[in-house]
Design a protein around this ligand. Structure first.
Ligand SMILES: [Zn+2]
Length: 294
């Protein structure tokens, strides 16, 4: 299964941005202001935020991806790729389906207005299985954050043309209105919403294609004797997996960080060439070990 993920527009595309925002915007809530009060949020920034996370979701579920319109989490260096070029990349990579990420606008874009909601576009003529894919994805998108459901809409859009894209289905998702003050501030300007949208789109794709959706596992930053039983069991299970064979007697997966678990940690570090000076006693694993084990 190979799916094209497209982030609409480019970082400098004319228009395609919110009216001036009445407040400072901090996408990640990390204290760093991303868009100052009085400036506009570029649509491509939010499109890329969602598209980047959607790729991560799909990959976790074992689905291959092809990126168009963006290449990484940084949206600010993306030129506006012509639609014909996006189409040929998707066609040449023989994708099964294509998903295009956008935020909608109403009016001339100079002021906020009341148009709102989430909708999905498919092509009015060349749409193969797009309608069923769109309905399934939309069913998931309207969960979580409450939004007006604008339904599945038909239009002759280049990025929805299954014939040109060579795909079985192509959808263009309009996640919210950047010209609606509430949706721009609470949804488009929030990484929490980007994450929710990416997750829901992936769940819809998984349901439609019959692929099992794989939940994200949140790893602890460190594990020691005081960690939860669940975290210690995770450590023990993974140590057993990597140390299997080599006359290693598997640990009991009991959630107790005792001396056998400690020795297994030391053996694992030895194998990796870590802790060469023996300074660490093996009763505490940090993020490096956890990442390596996962
Ligand atoms: Zn757009």
């Amino acid at each position: 299964m190979r799916i094209a993920v497209d982030a609409g527009h480019g970082s400098k595309t004319e228009g395609k941005r919110t009216p001036p925002m009445p407040v400072d915007i901090d996408f990640e809530h990390d204290g760093k202001i991303d868009v100052k009060k009085g400036e506009s949020i570029r649509e491509h920034t939010a499109n890329t935020g969602v598209a980047f996370l959607l790729v991560k979701e799909l990959v976790r579920c074992g689905i291959q991806t092809v990126k168009t319109g963006f290449n990484d989490a940084n949206s600010y260096d993306d030129k506006d790729t012509p639609l014909s070029e996006r189409q040929s990349v998707i066609r040449n990579n023989q994708c099964d389906y294509s998903v295009c990420i956008h935020f909608d606008a109403s009016g001339d874009g100079s002021a906020f207005n009341s148009a709102e909601g989430v909708g999905i576009y498919i092509h009015d003529k060349y749409n193969n299985n797009s309608e069923a894919l769109a309905s399934t994805v939309l069913k998931h998108l309207i969960k979580g954050t409450k939004q007006k459901n604008r339904g599945v809409l038909k239009q002759s859009l280049a990025m929805c043309n299954c014939n040109k894209l060579g795909v079985k289905g192509a959808i263009l998702v309009e996640l919210a209105f950047m010209t609606n003050l509430r949706e721009a501030t609470e949804l488009m300007a929030s990484q929490v919403f980007w994450r929710e949208a990416a997750r829901e789109i992936c769940m819809g794709i998984c349901e439609f294609t019959g692929i099992k959706y794989v939940e994200e596992t949140i790893m602890p930053k460190a594990i020691n004797r005081n960690s939860s039983e669940e975290d210690i069991k995770w450590l023990q299970k993974n140590l057993n997996d990597v140390l299997e064979g080599d006359s290693f007697i598997p640990l009991a997966v009991d959630g107790i960080y005792g001396s056998r678990t400690r020795i297994a940690v030391l053996i694992y570090w030895e194998k990796r060439g870590w802790n060469q000076d023996g300074a660490k006693d093996g009763f505490h694993v940090g993020s490096g070990t956890i990442e390596a084990l996962s």
